[in-house]
Design a binder for this molecule. Structure first.
Ligand code: UDP
Length: 382
């Protein structure tokens, strides 16, 4: 018998995402592999999603990412409208064996509120939850709703109410890890790279100061709030400062961005992103938050680029210190580690990625969890 899963990606970005998009990237990585294992996938997303699936459902035509700038009640309104569509779909049919939900907090609450009327559900936690316990509230009536983390450290920090409903963790993966160990050795350039949203937690300000200290070029790639291109941010004027990540960038990072040694290139995608990452001498993660899953970390390894990072969150689970990267508890030490990173072997990074972080490894683990969640809900094994 086939397992039919409703994969709830939410209304923010299409799947795959046009550039930045951690959650949407992971869904785009997971779904083809699940389908190869015989799982039928109904994707609840926006209509502009192009990921091949067995069926699609959507409330919005396009990704609502830009609306995340609006007041909180309007943001919730969009999430709720999307979820109402999902719930209508679930009430209208009886062939969904499991919901795999990725919509932060409200997705979980909505599924829990469905009670026995809803199918068993697994909600993947994507954030650093210790900071947001209130977001998740209680899981009353949610016995059929379970959660999984994207790292052991993320789950360990999660509120007790969530941990009680946990079925374990699944590390993130990347399609770049497929055959990573068989690809030719990448040409290395001079630059360090920080790939990710510009955000205080990701520490681009620390990275920019460090680049000036050690004299290595640093490329910052990623969006600043909703702005993907430097020209877009410049055109937005003062209004852009309403966004905290924009304020962080303008006040803490931009003073060190000289366009020469330190550059902000905006969001990079596709081959441009991969080339930038593969040719970096090291990938830098000067983290100030507990990184929950670290997609960019596993992408870096898959492309043969060692990681230099503050060992926070999931970093010690993903990086073997001295083999695939260098970790420190003290951000002042990052400069020395960057110098030492040239001694690490890019091939070793790719070998580890090809063993641990392929989409197949992730999908097999999720199928196990789907069966476990159904079993806990008293549903028959499929
Ligand atoms: N990303 C990208 N282009 C950018 C910046 C980021 O494609 O300019 C991608 C990156 O490769 C990764 C994802 O966005 O796949 C970010 O996920 P991660 O888990 O590293 O960070 P998050 O933003 O989810 O905390």
């Amino acid at each position: 018998m086939t397992l039919t899963v409703l994969m709830n990606a939410g209304p923010w970005l299409s799947v795959p995402p046009p550039g930045y998009g951690g959650i949407e990237n992971i869904i785009a990585t997971l779904v083809p592999e699940l389908r190869r294992l015989g799982v039928r996938v109904v994707l609840a997303s926006v209509d502009s999603s192009t990921l091949p699936v067995d069926e699609k459902m959507s409330v919005f035509a396009d990704g609502q990412f830009a609306a995340l700038q609006r007041p909180y009640n309007q943001v919730c309104g969009i999430a709720q409208a999307h979820l109402a569509g999902v719930v209508r779909e679930l009430h209208a049919r009886d062939d969904i064996d499991l919901v795999h939900d990725h919509v932060e907090a409200v997705g979980l609450a909505t599924l829990a509120a469905m009670g026995p009327a809803g199918p068993p559900a697994l909600h993947t936690l994507h954030w650093d939850l210790a900071k947001h316990p209130a977001l998740y509230g209680s899981l009353d009536g949610g016995a059929r709703v379970r959660v999984n983390g994207v790292s052991a450290s993320q789950l360990a920090r999660a509120p007790q109410a969530l941990r009680e409903h946990s079925v374990g963790h699944v590390h993130l993966s990347t399609p770049l890890a497929v055959d990573a160990d068989r690809r030719p050795r990448p040409e290395k350039g001079e630059h360090l790279l920080i790939l990710g949203r510009i955000n205080p937690g990701k520490g681009q300000d620390v990275g920019a100061r460090l680049a000036h200290k050690v004299g290595f070029p640093l490329v910052l790639a990623g969006p600043v709030g909703p702005y993907h291109r430097p020209a877009e941010l410049a055109a937005a004027g003062d209004e852009a400062r309403q966004n905290p990540d924009v304020r962080f960038f303008l006040d803490e990072v931009a003073p060190h961005v000289d366009g020469d040694l330190v550059r902000w290139v905006g969001t990079v995608a596709g081959q441009e992103r991969d080339d930038l990452l593969a040719s970096a001498r090291a990938s830098l993660f000067p983290l100030r938050w507990e990184e929950p899953g670290g997609t960019a970390v596993v992408e870096s390894l898959a492309l043969g680029t060692p990681v230099v990072a503050t060992g926070r969150g999931c970093l010690p689970e993903l990086i073997e210190h001295g083999r695939t990267g260098l970790l420190t508890a003290d951000e002042e030490e990052l400069g020395e580690l960057v110098l030492a990173a040239d001694l690490l072997d890019p091939d070793e990074c790719r070998r580890v990625a090809a063993q641990r972080f392929t989409p197949a490894v992730m999908a097999e683990r999720y199928v196990e969890l789907y069966q476990r969640v159904r079993q806990l809900a008293g549903a028959p094994r499929l």
